[in-house]
Design a protein around this ligand. Structure first.
Ligand SMILES: Nc1ncnc2c1ncn2[C@@H]1O[C@H](COP(=O)(O)OP(=O)(O)O)[C@@H](O)[C@H]1O
Ligand SMILES: Cc1ncsc1CCOP(=O)(O)O
Ligand SMILES: [Mg+2]
Length: 274
């Protein structure tokens, strides 16, 4: 059944996503990642495979200056320590000064009060270009109770109204991941139907998605297009990887291969958007 509130023509087209991927690979944007200790190397490899240039500049002495020259910045609250949290504030300040797009991934927001406060205070400092999280994390930014640790206990459909509210109140794009990713700027909505359940069996897939969004934000003026392009690339590559994989281990390796192999035309023809 068609949702009457959704335009039958997706707000972002597969051809626009294909062009964004071609731009990413042509320009290899520098992506500064202030991320968690679980996923740092994996995130750098995902960025490299996709065609971007990773740099994990996450200390309070250098984060502001680097955010001024980076193409995009990722801030991820997965394992926040006092000095990396100070570095996040510095990076957001530098991003604001230079107009660098930045992406917030509020890992485990809602479930843990201190980090939820950190994430909200970063949004207060300067509005993120994109907020990316699973459904429980997005609800957690608005007072929800969070998920089960870093995993979601809710579906994107269940939190869509809150995602729209967050996008409108913060003037940002909110990207809610799950079986069907829901991405909104408060008015427009894009749903990405690609992906595979095995993506939830490798740690850091969601975190890497945030980094990809920072990369695409460097080459897209429209943040909704950037978020859609990152989600589309990751999920279409994951479908291709899952076909050959025996389990989570070989899937993770194949995903890096497919991120580098998928062409813009193949991406456009594999994407299912509504
Ligand atoms: N059940 C699922 N089926 C297909 N793809 C999924 C499923 N769950 C998550 N994904 C994909 O995995 C990626 C990470 O999403 P998610 O697991 O929600 O993030 P996180 O790891 O932050 O909790 C997204 O690209 C999403 O499309
Ligand atoms: C397991 C874990 N614990 C703290 S951060 C982290 C990684 C979470 O990665 P993702 O959100 O991509 O599943
Ligand atoms: Mg996550």
């Amino acid at each position: 059944m068609t949702d009457a509130s959704v335009d039958p023509v997706a707000a972002v087209t597969p051809d626009e996503v294909a062009e964004a991927l071609a731009r990413l690979r042509a320009t290899t944007p520098l992506v500064q990642s202030l991320t968690n200790i679980v996923v740092a190397q994996w995130t750098a490899n995902v960025l490299l495979a996709a065609g971007a240039a990773p740099a994990m500049v996450d200390n309070p002495h250098e984060a502001e200056a680097f955010a001024r020259v980076a193409g995009g910045v990722l801030v991820n609250t997965g394992t926040p320590y006092d000095d990396t949290t100070a570095a996040m504030r510095a990076a957001v300040t530098g991003a604001q000064a230079a107009g660098t797009p930045w992406v917030l991934d509020p890992v485990a927001a809602g479930g843990l009060a201190w980090r939820t406060g950190v994430a909200v205070s970063l949004m207060d400092l300067h509005a993120p270009t994109i907020v990316r999280g699973n459904a429980s994390e997005i609800a957690g930014l608005l007072g929800g109770l969070g998920g089960r640790g870093v995993d979601s206990a809710d579906s994107p459909e269940e939190v869509l109204d809150r995602a729209r509210e967050l996008a409108t109140s913060r003037r940002t794009v909110v990207a809610v991941s799950g079986a069907v990713d829901h991405l909104t700027d408060g008015e427009r909505l894009v749903r990405v139907h690609n992906g595979d359940p095995v993506m939830t069996k490798v740690t850091g897939v969601g975190c890497a998605l945030g980094a990809l969004m920072a990369g695409f934000a460097a080459v897209c003026d429209d943040a909704l297009l950037a978020a859609t392009s990152a989600t589309g690339l990751l999920t279409v590559a994951a479908e291709r990887a899952a076909r050959a994989a025996r389990g989570p281990g070989s899937f993770a390796v194949a995903l890096l291969d497919e991120l580098s192999l998928v062409t813009p035309d193949e991406l456009a023809s594999g994407l299912v958007l509504s």
